[in-house]
Design a protein around this ligand. Structure first.
Ligand SMILES: CCCCC/C=C\C/C=C\C/C=C\C/C=C\CCCC(=O)SCCNC(=O)CCNC(=O)[C@H](O)C(C)(C)COP(=O)(O)OP(=O)(O)OC[C@H]1O[C@@H](n2cnc3c(N)ncnc32)[C@H](O)[C@@H]1OP(=O)(O)O
Length: 210
């Protein structure tokens, strides 16, 4: 079966994909938290296998594209952190200032658990990696993460409102740095990070990632 997706309204299709992704996030959390009997687990697994088959009826050859706007803001529906069409993404809704900052309100979910009752350190690092890179990009310096230094100050709770912030700090040639943190709403820092984002030489002449 083939479907000409270009014939569909792109906005409506994106809305539908976002809805499917959100439903899948809810499903993931339900799987992590469920306590239904074993027979029911097996029955749901069989239904899910059938649903997966329906989605696989028409598959893309490559993942959804990445687009960096002239404002430095990435548009990337398949992204693992911000992608509205990626069930693994929170998704993070990032607010920016053109000068150098990025900010997002977020709440982690049970599926992000690492130590008991708190968020896996790798998940926190992933969020900060993205947000720091975002801050560098809106400052005019998009780049690939070369290094990320993370300091874990306090356990990060899931299911509670948190705030992530990042700020571009400086550049040396193609090397660009940003700092950021995940904090409680009252400003108490939980995780702090510094990242080095290197603009690949090809991007300098092309004006951004292809
Ligand atoms: C939405 C995210 C999509 C992914 C990113 C795409 C676009 C980004 C643009 C905007 C997006 C906005 C927000 C989000 C942005 C980012 C968030 C997450 C991004 C990622 O998730 S990204 C995946 C993980 N990331 C990689 O997959 C990198 C693999 N790697 C490479 O692609 C190369 O390795 C590269 C490009 C890093 C450097 O390559 P290169 O050839 O340009 O560098 P070169 O060797 O010329 O060195 C030049 C100078 O940097 C120093 N230097 C080099 N590497 C260093 C290191 N690691 N540590 C410390 N210093 C280093 C040298 O010592 C020299 O220093 P000096 O000039 O002083 O001698």
């Amino acid at each position: 079966m083939t479907i000409d997706v270009t014939a569909e309204d792109a906005g409506a299709r994106h809305t539908a994909l976002s809805l499917l992704s959100q439903q899948t996030r809810d499903l993931i959390d339900a799987v992590v938290m469920t306590d239904v009997p074993q027979d029911e687990l097996l029955a749901v697994a069989a239904e899910l296998a059938a649903l997966t088959e329906r989605l696989n009826a028409v598959r893309r050859d490559s993942t959804r594209g990445f687009d960096l706007g002239s404002d430095g803001v990435p548009r990337h529906p398949g992204n693992a952190v911000i992608g509205s069409a990626n069930p693994l993404a929170l998704p993070l809704a990032v607010e920016t200032t053109p000068e150098r900052t990025a900010r997002a309100e977020l709440s982690f979910r049970p599926a992000h658990e690492g130590p008991p009752d708190s968020v896996h350190g790798g998940v926190s690092a992933m969020v900060l990696d993205h947000l720091l890179g975002h801050a560098a990009a809106v400052a005019g310096f998009p780049g690939m993460t070369a290094s990320l230094t993370v300091h874990y100050r306090r356990p990060v709770p899931y299911g509670e409102p948190l705030v992530a912030t990042a700020e571009y700090t400086r550049s040396e040639g193609r090397k660009n740095w940003a700092d950021g943190r995940i904090a409680l709403p009252d400003g108490t820092p939980l995780v702090e990070a510094t990242g080095l984002f290197i603009t690949p030489s090809g991007w300098v002449t092309q004006g951004g990632p292809a």
